[in-house]
Ligand binder design. Structure first.
Ligand SMILES: [Zn+2]
Ligand SMILES: [Zn+2]
Length: 358
């Protein structure tokens, strides 16, 4: 990469508006804390979005949990997909090398549609993207088939704002299985519907590309997640239809799904909490490897407005590398990065002592 590009990339890291991160600690002073946080964020590095800031004033109502209502269609489809993916594993050694490469490229591309697209761009607004990049990401996101961007972002903003309560769609307090995939197999908790429905989603409603994807989501996902990934190896280099379908499509799709789900399950259960010991999300290197940079999850919940979703830049973070490359091409801009000073102050105030600076 030319030196001026690298320089341009590194110069973006000098955004040093000092901000105070979401509050933590006792819920007694929660309301004051939350109001103070919003005040502190008044001139923060991302003034246009507040819906992903943790609201500690929201608590679960006491009383018995509502009965689980299974969604059998999802249970059956998810079971079939995973059986297909397991069979796909047995077919991997018999694939042509191009098919391996194709499945890997589809994995990286669709993962970026979630991480750089639905997550860092559309849910958190941590950077801005020009139309060609947004097109590239919305197609990738459709290949990932994890609900359309609008629904993904609504669930995700609720996950940040109401973390570890019943209004969090994949509440990790309900266990590993529920936060990993179980939440997709049952009807949403009434609190998710109630609180999720109140979130401000006007930015996405106003974005034509996001609404276009939502409108044509079914044909879009059939084409991008299933038909194209199967037809390309079969048609272009004479792979068998069986290998194309089970490796290029079912196995690749299941791997991306599970890598993403590990952020909700493993990265809320296993790992250190160097930035805020009062929240459940954790730093998990293995999750970062699989989910192309999304495992620095204690940092991410502490500073959801940071485009790197990590204190660091390219350290086990393919998504940040990708966004920086796009910035070098002029397709991404206005990347929000929390200052070192703000991070260190936060580590000192609320960290669990595991950070190397502690
Ligand atoms: Zn997030
Ligand atoms: Zn999380």
């Amino acid at each position: 990469m030319p030196a001026h590009m690298l320089q341009e990339i590194s110069s973006s890291y000098t955004t040093t508006t000092t901000i105070t991160a979401p509050p933590s600690g006792g819920l007694k002073n929660g309301k004051q804390n939350f109001e103070k946080t919003l005040r502190d964020l008044g001139d923060d590095i991302r003034p246009e979005m507040k819906e992903d800031i943790h609201d500690p004033t929201y608590q679960d109502e006491v009383g018995p949990a509502p009965k689980l209502e299974y969604v059998w269609r999802n249970i059956i489809l998810m079971a079939l997909l995973h059986l297909g993916a397991l069979y796909g594993i047995t077919l991997v050694p018999g694939c042509k090398a191009y098919t391996w490469l194709w499945a890997y490229l589809c994995y990286v591309y669709s993962a970026l549609g979630i991480t750089a697209g639905a997550h860092r761009l559309w849910s958190h607004r941590t950077y801005k993207a020009r139309l060609p990049l947004r097109l590239f990401l919305i197609i990738a996101n459709t290949m990932a088939f994890q609900n359309d961007v609008y629904e993904w972002a609504r669930d995700h903003r609720a996950h940040h704002k109401f973390s570890e309560t019943h209004a969090d769609p994949h509440n990790s307090r309900r266990g590993f299985f529920f936060s990993h995939v179980g939440w997709l197999l049952v009807r949403k908790h009434p609190a998710v519907k109630e609180k999720g429905g109140l979130l401000d989603m006007s930015d996405l409603k106003a974005e034509k590309l996001v609404m276009f994807q939502r409108r044509y989501y079914k044909p879009g996902l059939l084409l991008m997640c299933f038909i194209l990934p199967t037809l390309v190896p079969w048609y272009c280099w004479g792979e068998t239809f069986k290998h194309s379908l089970f490796v290029g499509t079912f196995l690749r799709y299941a791997v991306v799904l599970n890598a993403t789900w590990l952020v909700n399950s493993a990265a809320h259960l296993y790992g250190y909490r160097p930035y805020d010991k009062n929240i459940e999300s954790r730093e998990n290197i293995l999750v970062s490897l699989g989910a192309v940079g999304e495992g620095f999850h204690n940092y991410h919940h502490t500073f959801p407005y940071d485009y790197s979703a990590s204190e660091y830049r390219w350290h086990i973070n393919l998504t940040t590398f990708f966004i920086d490359c796009m910035a070098a091409l002029g397709l991404a801009y206005d990347r929000k990065k929390v200052s070192k000073a703000a991070v260190l102050a936060r580590i000192k105030r609320t960290g669990d002592g595991s950070h190397k600076s502690s």
